[in-house]
Write a protein that binds this ligand. Structure first.
Ligand SMILES: NC(=O)c1ccc[n+]([C@@H]2O[C@H](COP(=O)([O-])OP(=O)(O)OC[C@H]3O[C@@H](n4cnc5c(N)ncnc54)[C@H](O)[C@@H]3O)[C@@H](O)[C@H]2O)c1
Ligand SMILES: [Zn+2]
Length: 365
């Protein structure tokens, strides 16, 4: 399992740290174009001074980089540079390069160690932890991949200073999710310090990142391959979110924005089915109403959308394959469970309608 280190500056003394974890100082460093510009020179210089042998790789900063053709090109560069099993791969960036780098590390020479240096809030609190790595297939996202745990996850919240506010909110959705599913004190802390965290104020930011990363790690340790229902609770709000993302053609909404709306729906569903009391529902909604969405298209289309369309989008693949939707619900704030029973479509639709009625009043950023 992985060692997670949270601190600033996290890259000080990497040589020693690698040694302590049995990692060689022969490292392929994978960036996207943005993280190369923002952090590349400083990081590569630091590693160089520590005596590392380095091979640098850069991919375009977009979801489409999680593809077989990009992976194939990178394998080629690594083979040409004589990278073998004695090397490791350090990934510097958000979930896109995290997933791509993890996929390459899991498959190259039958697997080399991967070290994650996440630079988005989503990657620090979610995608870099837990060892799920994947590329996309034209028929669906994240369909081709492995479970390949990182040796190290190195988290430095000060890297977030350059991250656009939209990405901060998107990552914050997953942070809030951990409060909902596993930790009521974290929920209260996030409720109290929401704007401190989104404006990157310390010590609140580091506290929120650290708590989230360790909750994810803990859940993953107890259910690595998602077999006993626990890891599935990380998908709170996600069944609705996936329907929304599909409606948005995976372009107009950030994943975290879809998850924010999805969690509003999931709160109503939990309440309407009798699992969550009214007071907890209202507390949950009041935290989610602190999120801000970009104006224009996003606000127009997704904060007051046609509820039947969303239901249809959620069910479209499933019904064809005769499969059921799975919902994660709350029993109270800090306690989630995977509902095994079937739910009537009308109940799901009602939750979406309740969510839209409440959420369409949200403030424009
Ligand atoms: N493996 C998992 O468990 C898991 C979990 C959740 C999401 N994911 C995957 O993660 C991906 C999304 O990740 P993401 O939201 O981090 O997006 P991303 O990697 O596309 O990063 C978002 C944007 O921010 C830029 N960026 C990164 N760090 C920056 C910084 N510090 N300052 C300024 N700009 C910076 C990137 O270059 C990019 O343009 C999706 O592909 C999703 O499938 C994987
Ligand atoms: Zn998510």
């Amino acid at each position: 399992m992985s060692t997670i280190i949270v601190g600033t500056p996290v890259i000080a003394g990497l040589g020693e740290l690698f040694k302590a974890h049995g990692l060689s100082k022969k490292t392929v460093v994978l960036f996207d174009e943005h993280t190369r510009k923002l952090f590349g020179d400083n990081l590569l210089q630091t590693l160089h001074h520590e005596g590392f042998q380095l091979k640098e790789l850069v991919v375009p900063a977009r979801e489409a980089s999680k593809s077989f053709s990009v992976a194939y090109r990178l394998y080629g560069s690594m083979i040409e540079a004589d990278v073998d099993r004695s090397w490791n791969l350090l990934v510097v960036g958000g979930g896109v390069v995290g997933d791509l780098g993890g996929f390459i590390a899991a498959s190259y020479f039958r697997g080399i160690p991967v070290i994650q240096l996440p630079t988005t809030l989503l990657a620090m609190t979610d995608s870099s932890i837990g060892g799920k790595v994947a590329i996309n297939h034209p028929l669906g996202k994240n369909l081709i991949g492995f479970f390949h745990s990182p040796e190290l996850v190195l988290i430095d919240p000060s890297y977030l200073a350059s991250l656009p506010i939209r990405e901060i909110y998107a990552g914050m959705a997953e942070v809030v999710k951990y409060g909902f599913i596993a930790d009521e004190p974290l929920f209260n802390f996030l409720d109290l310090h929401f704007s401190d965290i989104t404006s990157l104020k310390e010590p609140y930011l580091t506290e929120a990142v650290k708590k989230s990363a360790f909750i994810k790690d803990d859940v993953v340790k107890k259910d690595f391959r998602e077999t006993n229902g626990l890891r599935a609770t990380l998908n709170f709000g996600h069944t609705f979110a996936h329907g929304l993302e599909k409606l948005a053609e995976y372009r107009y909404l950030r994943h975290g924005e879809a998850v924010t709306i999805g969690m509003v729906c999931a709160l109503f569903l939990s309440h309407n089915l009798g699992y969550l009391d009214r007071e907890s529902l209202e507390r949950g909604l009041s935290l989610l109403q602190k999120f801000r969405f970009p104006g224009g298209l996003v606000k127009r289309r997704f904060l007051s959308l046609d509820c039947d369309l969303l239901l249809e989008s959620m069910f479209s693949d499933k019904k064809k394959l005769n499969k059921k939707l799975r919902f994660v619900l709350l029993r109270k704030i800090g306690e989630a469970f995977l509902l095994e029973a079937d739910i009537d479509d009308q109940k799901v639709l009602q939750a979406i309608q309740d969510a839209m009625a409440r959420f369409s009043q949200i403030n424009q950023r």
